[in-house]
Design a protein around this ligand. Structure first.
Ligand SMILES: [Zn+2]
Length: 127
């Protein structure tokens, strides 16, 4: 037996493949690209492609003085009043002389998908 419900806007879940926190409405994981849900053809509204109103890419080059440099990638999201909604370190690492690191930030926005999450009541799993 199964039940179905539409997730609330902004509701999250953990990707079963890469363990990233993602939108519950996502049809695929933006981190690992695994498909998480399938929409049956013709059974619901069409998916609206995500827009990308913010996309930034930048490269940092080692300053060339020999020592290894470490880096931390800190991501903060603020609301319209400046209040921090989330703050997390999304990556760390190190690079040596003559190496570079390129960082890309993409913010995708879209209305919540209208696909349903199907809960298998026998196993308690969500698909
Ligand atoms: Zn994933």
């Amino acid at each position: 037996m199964t039940t179905a419900r539409t997730p609330a806007a902004g509701e999250t879940r953990i990707c079963p493949h890469c363990k990233a926190t993602i939108l519950k409405s996502a049809l695929s994981c933006p981190a690992c690209n695994h498909v998480l849900k399938f929409d049956a053809v013709g059974t619901g509204p069409r998916s609206i492609p995500a827009r990308c109103p913010l996309s930034i890419e930048g490269t940092i080059r080692h300053h060339g003085r020999g020592e290894v440099l470490e880096y931390s990638v800190l991501l903060e999201v603020h609301d319209e009043t400046g209040k921090v909604i989330s703050r997390q370190v999304v990556g760390v690492g190190a690079f040596q002389q003559a190496e570079t690191r390129t960082f890309c930030l993409r913010v995708e926005v879209s209305p919540p998908e209208r696909s349903v999450i199907v809960r298998d009541l026998r196993s308690g799993s969500v698909s």
